[in-house]
Ligand binder design. Structure first.
Ligand SMILES: [Ca+2]
Ligand SMILES: [Ca+2]
Ligand SMILES: [Ca+2]
Length: 142
């Protein structure tokens, strides 16, 4: 019993230590926010089957590509992100930098979107499940 209590105290202390050592962690990366975004992405998709396909992700990409040139510039991303009420400018810029994997100033289908998709598809089965989305999303700040 004593060892169990000790383990619990240790666990709580570790958890608290993690929280306190990451005071800058944006609320954007909370698992709750991740589940909310995943549900939204599912709502946009053609099949609400609990997973995101490449086609669904491409449809989301098209939503952000306001001028239809197959590139999402930073300004487009920030505008759509904030106008849809998904988050603030700071979180938009943070995500843009993560999604623009080759840092050329735009998010493009290749290489950025396919890289991002593979990054989220942890088990490599060609779709992104809610669990995969939440796990990867929550780890984006690391
Ligand atoms: Ca564009
Ligand atoms: Ca890019
Ligand atoms: Ca998967």
């Amino acid at each position: 019993m004593i060892s169990l209590r000790f383990a619990l105290v240790l666990l709580a202390g570790t958890f608290l230590g993690c929280v306190l050592s990451h005071p800058e962690r944006p609320a954007l990366l909370d698992p709750a926010k991740a589940r909310e975004l995943f549900a939204l992405a599912q709502g946009n998709g053609t099949a609400k089957d609990g997973v995101l396909s490449t086609a669904e992700v491409e449809a989301i990409f098209a939503n952000f590509d306001m001028d239809g040139d197959s590139q999402v510039r930073r300004q487009e991303f920030v505008n759509v992100w904030t106008h849809k009420g998904l988050g603030d400018i700071v979180s938009a810029n943070f995500l843009f930098a993560r999604a623009d994997t080759d840092s050329d100033g735009t998010i493009s289908a290749s290489p950025d979107l396919s890289r991002v998709f593979k990054y989220f598809d942890l088990n490599g089965d060609g779709t992104v499940s809610e669990m995969e989305f939440v796990v990867v999303w929550s780890s984006l700040s690391h």
